[in-house]
Write a protein of this length. Structure first.
Length: 258
């Protein structure tokens, strides 16, 4: 076996052991390094290294008794993020169905995921004969209406941390940061984003922000379809319906008052 293969195997084994430590802690509450070493039949230094790595990510923390460890608050953060996404999908689904029925086009719900937009849910409208299923896929932020809405919720001084390269997908893709920043200002002012032929030629999408109880942009909802159908006139018809849907979902998540 090559050195690379050996290192890869060892890495997978370490990940497996680390995850098992979390499972054991979930069952038993607290464990010391000696107990972890005995559980896996490894040297105490190996057990300590695994626990230290988990502690560095706040997945475990030291208990009151010296030398004992328990599950950390980092797990709550991960669980909270998952719960929040599930809440968005649950609250948005009936409204997405109604919006898809009213417009005849495909409705998508997306969230920011590091440097891309992650599609959480999709409802096909009656006009969509055969639509691509985007659920679970990551799409570029700068070339999509959902992405621009999600970026509009990122503070200006943090945009460079989220945005890296701005590749061109069509001749209409925005590839200059200055132009994109200007577009985001417009999105914030008007409350929605439109992308025409920017990710794919012949594809138009309009998106609006979904907010949480604090008013933060936590997701986006979009209506998309062929550019020949979602022309300027149809887009103007869709925008108020889309905005109403985004506001209704936001209200369901605790934003504002009716």
């Amino acid at each position: 076996m090559s050195n690379n293969a050996t290192e890869s195997s060892g890495g997978v084994q370490s990940v497996d052991r680390a995850l098992t430590i979390l499972e054991v802690l979930a069952r038993r509450g607290e464990l010391g390094v000696t107990e972890v070493a005995a559980e896996f039949g490894v040297h105490k230094s190996t057990a300590f290294r695994l626990i230290s790595t988990l502690e560095g990510h706040r997945l475990v923390e030291q208990a009151g008794e010296r030398g004992k460890y328990r599950l950390g608050i980092g797990l709550l953060r991960l669980a909270g993020a998952t719960t929040a996404r599930l809440d968005v999908v649950q609250e948005a689904r009936p409204i997405s169905k109604r919006l898809a029925a009213d417009t005849g086009e495909t409705v998508n719900v997306a969230v920011l995921s590091e440097s891309s937009a992650l599609y959480l849910d999709q409802v096909a409208g009656s006009s969509a004969i055969q639509t691509h299923n985007w659920v679970g896929q990551h799409i570029p932020l700068h070339a999509t209406s959902n992405g621009k809405v999600l970026l509009s919720g990122v503070p200006d001084d943090q945009l460079d941390d989220v945005l890296h390269e701005l590749p061109a997908f069509t001749g209409l893709t925005v590839t200059k940061r200055s132009a994109l920043r200007h577009e985001l200002e417009v999105v914030r002012e008007q409350g929605y984003a439109v992308a025409v032929d920017e990710l794919e030629e012949g594809l138009t999408a309009i998106a609006a922000p979904v907010r949480n109880a604090h008013g933060d942009v936590i997701a986006s909802i979009s209506v998309s379809g062929p550019t020949f159908r979602l022309d300027e006139a149809k887009t103007k018809e869709v925008i108020p319906r889309l905005l109403d849907a985004a506001v209704e979902i936001s209200h369901r998540l605790g934003w504002g008052h009716r």
